[in-house]
Ligand binder design. Structure first.
Ligand SMILES: Cc1cc2nc3c(=O)[nH]c(=O)nc-3n(C[C@H](O)[C@H](O)[C@H](O)COP(=O)(O)OP(=O)(O)OC[C@H]3O[C@@H](n4cnc5c(N)ncnc54)[C@H](O)[C@@H]3O)c2cc1C
Length: 599
């Protein structure tokens, strides 16, 4: 496509545009389609390839099928797991809704694993307790170790039945708005043909998932480049709490793929090079099922202090062979497959080498519990951005605070996908007529699209040595090295300098001769731009926060500081940082005040 002329860009109109077909986007779309709204879902990959499909371990709900439980204990664990940074109204709402939504998923076709008495099976997961910090709970509902797969396929099928309109393999570039700031859909690109399309809608929901591709060693799909968060930044909306990135303790050593916490939930445990069960030292009660930030730091510390396993002492072993072949085959078949494929080890016979790996983006687009995107106003107040919603890993509602508990994300996407769907239905009743998109917002989106269109290298001259691949690999290496599990002022500052240079060098990237450029190369250039925005947000927010809380560990400020830092950070495009209070007041129960966090 040469020279985009927006006069010729076709326009399609819908009630709602959902950007992203993972569990969050599809749950919202289903709610809307069932209420007869005209819904478009765009996804850069075929919907059932969204990262939700990879979720292994399960989804939390206090069903009490295995051990005593109730939603209030679940709420406590979530607040504590997030190191008191989570917004307690949203956490109460989520934990309270969970049991009903698991049953609802079962009714639309999710084949949850069963107990002998026929009830839904539940396994213990990290950070779960009975009675506000007492004995281990068993709260995670699972379809073997393929829970996300089961949920995503059921939601997709139900959407097909409800006549949701899918735009498969379309890439969203930028939001468009009207002169009053109402968000009215997005400019998208059909990946196969390279043709642009404006999808205009009365409401827009961003559900584009996380940004695990910020790091070299990660558990995420190649597509998890945080596009929606970067789109929000370009539309003038800040991203919240980006310094909190979850490192999962058990990635396959040297590769990064996830070995689910379900393995420890089923009884697996970690041993160091001396054969010691070291988690007993770091978390005397919860041991291997302490919260993920705690276990990741313990693993990194053991290796750092010379107690790693293997000839290079560079990993830890996850012992599972004692569980027996029957448990492994029945409850962890997918993980066994993966370990056999990537390590040529059968976990029935031998332990699995692991190392911490970047896993989950706690930060994201700030929203309230209805999924409305909210931005700060004068005097600390917040206002919704009219017509704009966000749910799932791209959003920060914030139920996960400074550290997410395993099994709470599948819950998050289903709960807030549904809530956003319901809120949009009400919004559509009150806003029946289409608004007119502002020419200047369309022009800006089209100019952004054209930027990479015109970036073919001048014929024959090898004008620049910068490539998308090269810069992306450097970015990821910088993030691994300068913004990993353990952080300090000096290292973060050096990381920020390096990232600012990467941002500049992005201007020197040229795509190869146009006639030979596949659209996928252009898509990767857009994704790299998005990663650069988010890497800057992550490092700058981490540099500013001089305390240790949840996943953000500052060696130079090792304590949590509730006096100065019990607040959410907001990063704006261009580098400005602002802060806003944590919502400490739940809806119906008393709030949980910060106290020391031990497991
Ligand atoms: C390996 C792994 C295992 C996990 N296991 C668990 C678990 O057991 N329990 C749990 O609770 N959580 C788990 N999680 C986390 C959880 O799965 C995710 O947080 C959640 O599924 C995210 O859902 P989502 O709908 O927000 O986004 P995703 O499922 O990531 O979907 C994002 C969608 O956005 C689309 N998209 C993105 N950018 C664009 C663009 N520019 N244009 C068009 N479309 C776009 C993509 O095509 C995709 O459809 C796991 C995560 C991983 C990586």
């Amino acid at each position: 496509m040469h020279g985009v002329n927006h006069m010729t860009i076709p326009i399609r109109k819908f009630d709602t545009l959902v950007i992203g077909a993972g569990g969050g986007g599809l749950r919202a779309a289903l709610q809307l389609a069932q209420a007869d709204a005209n819904v478009a879902v765009v996804s850069k990959v075929f919907p059932t390839r969204s990262h939700t499909v990879a979720a292994q371990g399960g989804m939390n709900a206090a069903l009490a099928n295995v051990l005593p439980d109730n939603w209030h204990w679940h709420m406590y664990d979530t607040v504590k797991g997030g190191d008191f940074l989570g917004d307690q109204d949203a956490i109460e709402y989520m934990c309270h809704a969970a049991p009903r939504l698991v049953v609802e998923l079962e009714h639309i076709g999710v084949p949850f694993s069963r107990l002998d008495n026929g009830k839904i099976y539940q396994r213990p997961f990290g950070g779960q307790s009975q009675n506000f910090g007492g004995a281990q709970a068993a709260r995670t509902c699972a379809a073997a170790d393929r829970t996300g797969h089961a949920i995503l396929h059921a939601l997709y099928q139900q959407n097909i039945r409800a006549k949701t309109h899918f735009f498969d393999e379309y890439f969203a570039i930028d939001l468009i708005k009207d002169d009053e700031g109402y968000i009215l859909g997005a400019l998208v690109l059909e990946i196969e043909t390279g043709e642009p399309l404006i999808i205009q809608a009365k409401t827009t929901l961003i559900a584009t998932g996380g940004a695990g591709q910020l790091f070299r060693t990660n558990t995420n799909a190649r597509i998890n480049t945080g596009d929606g968060m970067a789109m929000a930044l370009r539309a003038g909306i800040p991203v919240q709490d980006m310094e909190f990135f979850q490192f999962h303790p058990t990635g396959i050593a040297g590769k990064g793929m996830l070995i689910s916490e379900a393995v420890r939930g089923e009884g697996g445990y970690l041993v160091n090079g001396n054969g010691e069960r070291f988690m007993e030292r770091y978390a005397p009660n919860a041991k291997d099922l302490a919260s993920r930030d705690v276990v990741s730091r313990a693993v990194a510390t053991e290796i750092h202090e010379g107690r790693g396993c293997g000839v290079n002492k560079d990993h830890i072993l996850l012992k599972v062979d004692h569980l027996g072949s029957e448990v492994i085959r029945k409850r962890l078949p997918g993980i066994r497959d993966m370990v056999m494929t990537f390590l040529n080890i059968d976990p029935i016979d031998a332990p699995i080498p692991i190392f911490p790996t970047a896993h989950y983006t706690m930060g994201g687009i700030p929203t309230n519990r209805f999924g409305q995107v909210v931005v700060p106003q004068q005097q600390g107040a917040e206002e919704p951005v009219p017509g704009l919603y966000a749910v799932g890993e791209c959003a920060c509602v914030s139920v996960h605070g400074a550290n997410r508990l395993g099994g709470n994300s599948l819950l998050d996407i289903v709960v807030f996908g549904r809530a956003a769907g319901n809120h949009i239905i009400e919004y559509l009743k009150e806003n029946r007529y289409s608004r007119v998109a502002s020419q200047c917002s369309i022009d800006a989106a089209v100019a952004h699209l054209a930027r990479w269109d015109q970036r073919g290298s001048p014929m024959g001259s090898g004008a620049s040595s910068e490539t998308v691949d090269g810069l992306r690999n450097e970015l990821k290496a910088i993030m691994d090295h300068y913004c990993g599990v353990f952080r300090t002022e000096d290292v973060l500052r050096a990381g920020l300098d390096k990232m600012l240079k990467i941002e500049q060098r992005l201007q020197n990237v040229y795509l190869r001769d146009h006639s030979k450029v596949f659209n996928t190369a252009r898509i990767e250039a857009f994704e790299l731009e998005n990663l650069v925005e988010l890497a800057l947000a992550t490092v700058a927010s981490a540099l500013a926060r001089r305390e240790s809380r949840g996943a953000h560990m500052r060696m130079d400020h090792p304590q949590r500081d509730d006096v100065k830092w019990l607040k959410h950070s907001l990063f704006f495009k261009g580098g400005m940082l602002d802060y806003k209070p944590v919502r400490m007041k739940p809806l119906t129960v008393e709030g949980f005040s910060p106290k020391p966090r031990v497991y």
